[in-house]
Every structure is written in structure tokens, then in C-alpha cells.
Design a protein around this ligand. Sequence first.
Ligand code: WT7
Length: 657
Amino acid sequence: MNKENIESILHEKRIFFPSSEFSAAAHIPSKDNLHKIHSIANRDFEGFWATQAKTELTWHQDFTTVLDRSNPPFYGWFIDGTLNVSFNCIDRHLEAHGEKIAIISERESGEITTLTYRQLYQRVCRFANVLKSQGVSIGDRVIIYLPMISEAIIAMQACARIGAIHSVVFGGFSAQSLKDRIENTRAKLLITADGGYRGGKIVPLKATADIALAKGCPTIEQVIVLKCTNQSITIEQGRDIWWHEAEANAHDKCTPTWVNAEHPLFILYTSGSTGKPKGIQHSSAGYLLGTITTMKWVFDIRQEDIFWCTADVGWITGHSYVAYGPLAAGATIVIYEGAPSFPDGGRFWKICQDHKVSIFYTAPTAIRLFMKMGKEIPESYDLSRLRLLGSVGEPINPEAWIWYHQVIGRERCPIVDTWWQTETGVHMIAPVPGAIPTKPGSCTLPLPGICVAIVDEEGNPVTSPHEGGHLVITQPWPSMVRTIWGDKQSYYDIYWRKFEGKYYLAGDSAHLDEDGYFWILGRDDDILNVAGHRLGTMEIESALVAHPQVAEAAIIGRPDGIKGEAILAYITLKDIEPLDEEKQNLLIQELRIWVSHQIGPIARPDEIKFVDNLPKTRSGKIMRRLLRSISRGEIITQDISTLESESTLAQTPQSKS
Ligand code: WT7
């Protein structure tokens, strides 16, 4: 084996087939069926996407050009067509499904409200008219800084309706992060709320926004404030207006602004586990098309489904699979404002039970949290309506996958482990659940019309199974990032330069198994170099998580004079009782032997540290980059504004070396 390539060392052999009932009712019911779709896409790539775009989207003016390759890597899709995204998500359902519930919203307090498609239409129209009356027009940027409630979706859809470009900032971000995003987008208007609830406390959104605005942000002319928690806030006359007052006077019809297919729908800053936030710019038509096709292929969405994606609208998942995809597909969605374990660890399962959720989509970090709390909690709820489960955000450790399958899915629901990125817009590699058997820890196979490869440093495909390389996308795809807002050079440098514009570089390492299934090994930056072997983080972490006492694990490399890098493991335990030193030492020995047995002595951690929490981004990704700096005793100079809890920094022990 070429030592310069990454080696895969974990051999997961379990395989799960969808039930015949599931397959029989699915949009894509068999391997043969899926194979046919793939061969159409392989035979005539552009024709395939043209057909999808014509059948799934409602156009104002049809397109004639499918893919514009005149200025790579700045590709354009359906470039001479015009449409409106909000029209596609709302108006076109009104005739047949106007009274169908579009959104079931549960506040942290337990208060529940619903909106039918017709009510959503009226509220979006009214708010679009409010935006217009404040001078917002096509191409203007609007910042949305709201809790996870219906109005966040209304605000996004209203922007889309008038062709304004939104940039949603997650409600947990600081004044500084908000200010950076306002200044980078040069936004004209800010939409926020007095506050929102999380974990029983008020998140003071308006007060934080005031701090951001006091620090700069000269482009902001108006602030629209939603009353959500009723605590007292400061209103600046002439700048701040109340949402409810403005909406009360607004007309409930608003003709959609027809925009070009390539018109930017939104800018979203990436979660930043790898560095400085970048404004990822997405298109209108291609993006929306990707959300609808994946709603069908991967989530197998049907009229009667109740779809709950737990992501906040501050992340791409909350754009593609809350605010746009499910609505474009005419589905009923559930949204929830608060913390997953408020007031207790049963909240998510109570929501699934009460609202009869049939498709549930969450992140591995949440699944590991629930595992830690114990299976007795979900077991006491009626989860019989669930028929499909999904995972996104990080590689899901096989142990967490099996737990999800048994305890939440009751061994009945397929799991779709979806690999994608803010930049890809929608799922790229994911199971088509009625057609593809799944393997715990693998995101399975690329979707139709998505061309993915694993290549070595020279860009040559890695052929032998269990040898890893760079995950690249070899053809443009409709929902792809169009550029980094205001920074074409960085767009090229980050994603295209490595393979000279030929391939899109995802920044993840992966390998294929004998069946051609994809396994994500971790971020390229996190790869370890141990005695000439290049190892991904995912496999060693998964081996540790498989130990009955381990809740979560993060692996990093620490410089080592002999081995190149030594393996350092940060671990959180399921049991919250602290261990005395003797027990800790015994457990360390046991875990080292455990990893040797599970995957081999090469992967055995040299050092193990127990911590209460691992540092994570606000979207739940473990920040190995930060742990690396800490273990090397470096001063932390990197951007930690997206860190979930800065207190984890303080409690992570400094390395003695
Ligand atoms: C990165 C993208 C995708 C939307 C939410 C996160 C990791 C994501 C998986 C998965 C293994 C995954 C990758 C990717 N990732 N999903 N199913 N298996 N890794 O979006 O913040 O842009 O992060 O998340 O490393 O590159 P994002």
C-alpha cells in the first residue's frame, strides 16, 4: 500500500436491508429502478437535469440553456429561465392543498401554532409588502437573526418573494459574529426579535443586535423587531419598527418578483470548524431543484408525511430541509424553538409522538447525547409513526447508528446518513432508502446526476478498497455554491485550485469499500500521520465510542519525535460520576487495549484524556483544530466565535508537554 495515501482500518461488516413494505411504497422502490435513473443521468447528464428542472419546478419563463460552462469554475444552470422560489414553495400548492398544514411550530414553552399553506401564503405576502415598504428591493441583502419559529421561515420566504438576498445568522451567535456578517454582506435591513427561548432562558437577540449595530454596520437602515418573549428592549425611533404593527397594515397579496435562475437566493456563512467564516452564495433555480429532488430520492417524501428536521434555520440544513425543500415538495413540517433536553431528555420524543412525526432528521452529536441519557427515555414514548430516520453533520459512528436504528427506529426505519456541505446545498452521497441496503457509518452511494470520486494528491482515482483519498466532485451540479460572496479568488483557491479547476475539492477524506460504498474518514486537515501511516479521525473515534463507557471521542495528532505524530484521545464518559485516579488509569489501559483489538495496534491512542465536554461548533461539530492548539500549548488565535461553549476551553486540560 502506498504510504502517502490514507489507510482505512475499521472494517464494519453489518448490513441492513429496507423492509419489503418500505420498498414497495417508496418513490424509488428497487435497485433496478435506481440503476435506471443513474444510467439516464450517465448517458445524458444535461438532459437528465433539464428533465428534472422541467418536471419539478414551475417556471415563469422556460430555460433553453441547461449548463453554462463558459467561465469555469463559475458555472450557471438554466441561465435564461426565470422563476420565483417562494411561488414554487407556496403558491403552486394553494389550489390542491391550500388547507393542508405547512408548518407545525412548537415553542420551548410548549405553545403550539400551525399555519396552512394558505395562511403561510398570506403571511409571506404581507411581510414581503412590509419589506418593500421599507425600501428593500431585488438584490438587496437582508439579515435574519431570529429564533427557530415560523416567522424565521416567513422572513426567508418573503425575501425570496421579492428577490432580496437573505443571510440568516444563527440566534446563538455573538454581536461580533453578527456585525461581521452584516458588514460582509453590506445588508440594508435587519430582522430580529426581542428574544427567543433556549434551555429555559431568554436569548436576548435585540440587545445583542443593538451591540452589533453600535459597533459599526453603517449599511443597516431599518430593524424590524418581532415580539416573541415580551421582555423589555430598547427601540430606536426612526430605525426600529415592530413586526406586528408593520404586518397589520400590509396587504395580503404580493405578486412574486420573477428572477433569473442564477439570481442569488441567499448567502450563508459556514460554521467555521476549519477557519474564517465564508459567505457561501447559492442560486435560485438550481438550489431549489436540488432540495426537491433530494426530498424525493432520499427522504422519500409523501403527501401524508410529517417531516421534522431538527436543524436551526441558521444552518444550511435548516435552509434546504426546513425553509425550502419540504415546502417546495408540499410537505407538512414540524419546527421546535428550544433545546433538545428541555425540560428533560424526552422532549424530542414527545414532539415526535405528539405531532406524529414520520420522518426525523438530526445530527450525530444529538444522537450521542441521547445515547448518554439512556434508552429508557425514548422507550417511554410512542414512536410508532416514524418510518424513516436521517443523520447529517459529521460521520455517524457505527455504535450511534445501531442505537438510532434500535432505540428510535425500533428496527423498522431505514437510516439515511447524508453526506453534503453548506457548499453543495443538498445531499450528494446518501442512501435512496427503498433501493439501497445501508451499512452503519457509510453514507453509501452518490445520488443520480452527482459525480463523485476519491483521488490521490495527483488527482488520480484511488482504486483499491480501504485506501483513502480526497473526496472530489467531478462535474458541476445544480445546487452547487456559486462563489464566496465578494471573493471570487478565495472561491477558486479553496475549492478548485488544488486540482486546477477540474474537480471541486470537498476537504474531506474518504474511502470506498468492495461494494463501492463511500466512507467518510474525517476532514483532510484532521488526518494523522502515525509512523508513516495516514489515519483518519472517524475510525479511531468510532472504535472508542463503541466502548460501553464512552460517550464521545475526539482524536488529534500531537507532534512526536519518533512516530511523526502520536495519537491523543479526548474522551467524555457516559457516567457523570468522576473516576478516581486509579480507576482512570485502569480505564485508560482498557481503552488502549480495546482500540488495538477493534482496529489494530497502529491506532492505539498514546495518550487519553477525560474531559466533561468536547469543544464544538454551534452546529455540533467537534473542533479538533482547537484541541490541537490546546494540546500543543499554543495561544489560541483562531476564530472561536462559532464555538458552542467557550467554557469548554477553560475545562479542557492543557497538555503538560
Ligand atoms: C462537513 C460539512 C451538511 C450540512 C450540515 C453541515 C461533515 C456532513 C456528513 C456525513 C460524514 C459529514 C463533512 C462535511 N459531514 N455530513 N453524513 N458523514 N461527514 O454542513 O457545516 O458545511 O459541514 O460536515 O466533513 O464536509 P457544513
